[in-house]
Design a protein around this ligand. Structure first.
Ligand code: GSH
Length: 205
């Protein structure tokens, strides 16, 4: 049994979806990111000294942090682990490539808009970066159903999570300007694991 420390709608939604997709047994522990306390009254820094979600407690009680690492772990421990391929196969590195892209080029760029004190000059720079990354992603999704090819992977769970923020945040950009990303997002939204994750986290949009 795994334990996922999460906050509703945060980047921890990605491993939540991935655990459901991979049918791995887990329990959820909610963290208040303002007080940094867990719902069961534990100071979150005692679980993760970095004080941020996601945290996955493994079956041997090891603590794993960083969304990309957690997602790769889930993929390698799910029933489709063989699809990740051996270190000799490029497929394995395509998954890592996508995870790092979402983490460093999307999560951290789009997520910065959560900061209410973000100066307008920074927004201009970030907007340009988002446009650039979205142009790449839109072109990719024109010929590929999912990030790593014809099958859903944990990288899509991550990408979906960050695109969801994009729909909530005031970035000054519209997802509809990237039709392939919009279609990809709407299609993912109806995946059973994503519907369940929304219910379990109490998300409505
Ligand atoms: N580098 C981390 C960043 C995780 C992160 O940004 N977590 C956010 C939620 S999406 C958080 O917990 N923020 C609370 C805080 O920093 O105090 C990762 O990729 O997992």
């Amino acid at each position: 049994m795994y334990t996922l420390y999460y906050s509703p709608g945060a980047c921890s939604l990605a491993p939540h979806i991935a655990l459901l997709e991979n049918k791995l047994p887990f329990e959820l522990k909610k963290v208040d990111l303002k007080t940094h306390m867990t719902a069961d009254g534990v100071e979150f820094s005692t679980v993760n000294p970095k004080n941020y979600v996601p945290v996955l407690v493994l079956e041997n009680n090891e603590i794993l942090t960083e969304a990309a690492a957690i997602l790769f772990y889930i993929a390698e421990h799910g029933p489709d682990a063989n699809k990740i391929a051996s270190p000799d196969e490029i497929k394995r590195y395509r998954l890592l490539e996508s995870l790092v892209f979402v983490s460093s080029e999307m999560h951290k760029v789009i997520g910065t808009f959560f900061n209410k004190q973000l100066p307008e000059e920074s927004k201009v720079i970030l907007r340009d970066k988002i446009k650039n990354r979205f142009n790449y992603l839109d072109a990719k999704l024109k010929s590929s159903e999912y990030l790593t090819g014809p099958e859903f992977s944990v990288a899509d769970a991550y990408c979906f999570t960050v695109l969801r923020w994009f729909g909530i945040l005031d970035t000054g950009l519209m997802l509809s300007d990237w039709p392939n990303i919009s279609t990809y997002f709407e299609k993912l939204r109806t995946r059973p694991a994503i519907v369940v994750a929304y219910e379990e986290e109490g998300l409505t949009r």
